[in-house]
Design a protein around this ligand. Structure first.
Ligand code: FAD
Length: 426
């Protein structure tokens, strides 16, 4: 039977391993730590905090839907309520333009601009607008002389979906491609009940049921060409021989491995690209603070708070509540302590205003000052790593992860690259 090594056990590695195992391949999965990578959950004092948010955008159109169906995973969806999503606007809250009703009600743009924005949505969905390869969305909006408030709204949306402080630098082609799909969805945002951990457990179950082997805490240090396949080695000098390899670890980790020279030079430019980074501030409070909203976006400071336990009570103890604030970070400033301290101040201001008394109810808090949401930011001058080397061994080496080419953004890139590799190697 053909043997395949998957190096990296994040969402991408687990997905490709489960899909290949289901196809009857002999799969060995290696992860340097525990499984889950950037999608792990942590339980503190009865509160479950995901390492990152776990929103799936447009689940009815998503690649994850295909993976769930193919592998018969047991996942329960919790759909975001657009009616409970708000934007801060001129010192008060207004409806977030997350769907047609939100757009009708919101004060962030006026009546005529709402019509203009709707026209942009129609053009995008009907493929009348596709963007241009040499233009960023910011440049495209200027060229088209798009009204200021309509432009601002189009960029605000991208800020939220791409988790970026510089939505204007997203390639226009990527922008329209992304929203063509998202504007058609009936499920703009959904969560997995129980958090990422449930998906990780399900993928692990499939791998094991199909006879795959999982090597936890096994850091691969070298991959060498060996006869018709590859030889892998870990820190303890244990060796494995396989026919094919899927590299499911970020390019900046990949380059630390001893790899064939052609692979090293192929990945090197991608290891230099800028990632998408955020500051995450999670709080567990008790008793529950009831509010008429579950999401508030501070568009001035580009941060948002979600009442995650409103959707998934299982992540908090009885009468407890998990609030997660995510602040988008400008790359040149991520190492600047003053900038980060200022972000925390903005976060406290947001919580004080919309969840007064949260400090008195505080049970546990967790701050991650620099979390990598996506290993390669989709901006002009940067692109995702292809799933296969153009001039390399397409039949024996592949790449998956959110740093790869694929559909959507964030984990959708991990899932779509996994699905593409599994389909190619079927
Ligand atoms: C704060 C935050 C918020 C987020 N919000 C969302 C969201 O709302 N929606 C969404 O879809 N996505 C979101 N994401 C992104 C999502 O978490 C990632 O896209 C996804 O988890 C990436 O998975 P991956 O498998 O591609 O990469 P990773 O998770 O980085 O997996 C790489 C794996 O490789 C392993 N590894 C590294 N080196 C070695 C080695 N030498 N040997 C063996 N193993 C190795 C690592 O241990 C790791 O497990 C968020 C992320 C963060 C941080």
């Amino acid at each position: 039977m053909e043997s395949i090594a998957v190096v990296g056990g994040g969402l991408a590695g687990l997905s490709v391993a489960a899909l290949l195992a289901k196809q009857g391949k002999q799969v060995q999965l290696y992860d340097a730590a525990m499984l889950g990578g950037r999608a792990t959950s942590q339980r503190i004092k009865g509160y479950t905090f995901n390492y990152g948010a776990h929103a799936i955008y447009g689940r009815d159109q998503s690649v994850l839907k295909t993976i769930i169906k193919n592998l018969k995973l047991e996942i329960t969806w919790l759909d975001f309520s657009s009616a409970k999503a708000k934007y801060e606007f001129s010192g008060h809250l207004t409806a977030a333009p997350a769907n047609a009703i939100g757009l009708l009600k919101t004060e962030v743009i006026g009546g005529t601009d709402k019509l203009r924005f709707t026209w942009e949505v129609v053009k995008t969905v009907l493929r009348l607008e596709k963007g241009e390869p040499e233009l960023s969305i910011g440049q495209w909006l200027i060229r088209e002389k798009t009204e200021e408030d309509v432009s601002r709204l189009m960029l605000d949306l991208a800020s939220s979906n791409f988790f970026t402080t510089e939505p204007e630098n997203i390639p226009s082609v990527v922008y329209f491609d992304y929203y063509r799909k998202l504007f058609r969805t009936r499920k703009p945002v959904s969560y997995i009940a129980g958090g990422w951990q449930v998906l990780i457990d399900e993928l692990e179950r499939v791998i094991q049921e199909q006879g795959g082997t999982i090597h936890r805490k096994t850091k691969i240090t070298a991959i060498e060409e060996y006869e018709q396949g590859y030889q892998l080695r870990d820190r303890k000098k244990t060796e494995w021989i396989v026919n094919r390899v899927v590299l499911a670890l970020p390019p900046r980790d990949m380059r630390k491995l001893a790899l064939p020279a052609s692979v090293q030079s192929f990945i090197e430019p991608f290891a230099q690209y800028e990632p998408v980074e955020v500051l995450v501030y999670d709080v567990g409070i008790s008793p529950y603070l009831k509010t008429p909203f579950s999401y508030v976006y501070d568009r001035t400071h580009q941060l948002f708070v979600t009442d995650l336990s409103h959707y998934d009570p299982s992540i908090a103890p009885k009468d407890g509540q998990v609030l997660q604030v995510v602040a988008y970070l400008a790359h040149p400033e991520v190492g600047n302590p003053d900038y980060l301290a200022e972000k925390v101040q903005h976060i406290h201001r947001l919580l004080d205003q919309h969840y007064p008394t949260w400090q008195e109810r505080l049970v546990v808090e967790r701050t991650m000052k620099r979390a990598i949401v996506q290993e390669i930011k989709w901006k002009m001058g940067q692109s995702g790593l292809p799933n296969f080397m153009q001039d390399g061994p397409k039949e024996t080496m592949a790449f998956v992860g959110d740093w790869c080419e694929g559909e959507g953004q964030l984990s959708e890139l991990s899932f779509s690259s996994a699905l593409n590799v599994a389909a190619t190697w079927k």
